[in-house]
Design a protein around this ligand. Structure first.
Ligand code: NAD
Length: 257
């Protein structure tokens, strides 16, 4: 499959899953818009490296996904947006009665509201181009709950719900909207949870990974960013033309339980 001539906008893509998806999209020949809230030399170097390695156009556009106007500006600045991957996300873990209000607001804004703004800005561009894919990176936590992750679970369930609505509103257009629901993937977002968990349960790193993080992932293996990029590629293929409004779990069996 080739995505030559298509432009993929991937939010939160200077690290982790977003960068993994951007790389797989570039391998498939798509031009890429990388994004995060920072604007460092490293961010622009990353774009240059990806472009050189895969012979595609890559631009880094700084935009803070916690701000609605910047989400919309990202799509406007991209100019083209055939494939929109709403990936930016953050996590905070605390009991609901102790959950800091600013963390709640930031998680809901970045993990859910940003997809509303980018999708609203991208759909007219996709309709004009006559083809489009909206792919939301939700989570197993878009389908299941865990204690101490109220904002994250709420945002990801909301994102799954929004995906279904976008699918219905675009059902007669050559556009699909789906959510990918990963289980645990070893990225900086997950890495950051390990030290606190080690301390909390007085466990070593390996035990935390096996017995805490992967407790609900029956395969006992992390999903990889390459695998998630492969699923995005599949959703961009013609085999997926009639797949819309659904979730694809990449979770080693978590949500089968
Ligand atoms: P990560 O921390 O490696 O990456 C998050 C990305 O979002 C980074 O590029 C970061 O710069 C960006 N970002 C954060 N705040 C932003 C903002 N305000 N504006 C723009 N960009 C911002 O984490 P990850 O694990 O790669 O997570 C990516 C997505 O995958 C998230 O939505 C996360 O919820 C989801 N997810 C991750 C896992 C996992 O196990 N890692 C599992 C399920 C779902």
């Amino acid at each position: 499959m080739t995505l030559k001539g298509k432009t993929a906008v991937i939010t939160g893509s200077n690290s982790g899953i977003g960068l993994g998806i951007a790389t797989e999209m570039a391998i498939a020949g798509a031009n890429i818009i990388l994004n995060s809230f920072s604007d460092s030399q490293e961010d622009h170097d990353l774009a240059e490296k990806l472009a050189k390695e895969h012979g595609v156009e890559v631009r880094y556009i700084q935009a803070d996904m916690s701000k609605g106007d910047q989400c919309r500006a990202l799509i406007e600045q991209a100019g083209r947006c055939d494939i929109l991957v709403n990936n930016a996300g953050i996590q905070h873990v605390a009991a609901i009665d102790e959950f800091p209000v600013e963390k709640w607001d930031a998680i809901i804004a970045i993990n859910m509201n940003s997809a509303f703004h980018t999708t609203a800005a991208a759909l007219p561009i996709m309709r004009k181009a006559g083809w489009g894919r909206v792919i939301n990176i939700a989570s197993a936590h878009g389908l299941r709950a865990s204690p101490f992750k109220s904002a994250y679970v709420a945002a990801k369930h909301g994102l799954v719900g929004m995906t279904k609505v976008v699918a219905l509103e675009t059902a007669r257009d050559p556009i699909t909207a789906n959510a990918i629901c990963p289980g645990y993937v070893l990225t900086p977002l997950v890495e950051a949870q390990i030290p606190d968990t080690m301390k909390k349960y007085d466990m070593d790193r390996e035990t935390v990974i096996r017995d805490v993080l992967l407790e609900r992932q029956p395969s006992k293996e992390f999903a990889t960013t390459e695998q998630l990029g492969g699923v995005v590629q599949f959703l961009c293929s013609s085999a997926a033309d009639q797949i819309t409004g659904t979730t694809i779990s990449v979770d080693g069996g978590w949500t089968a339980m």
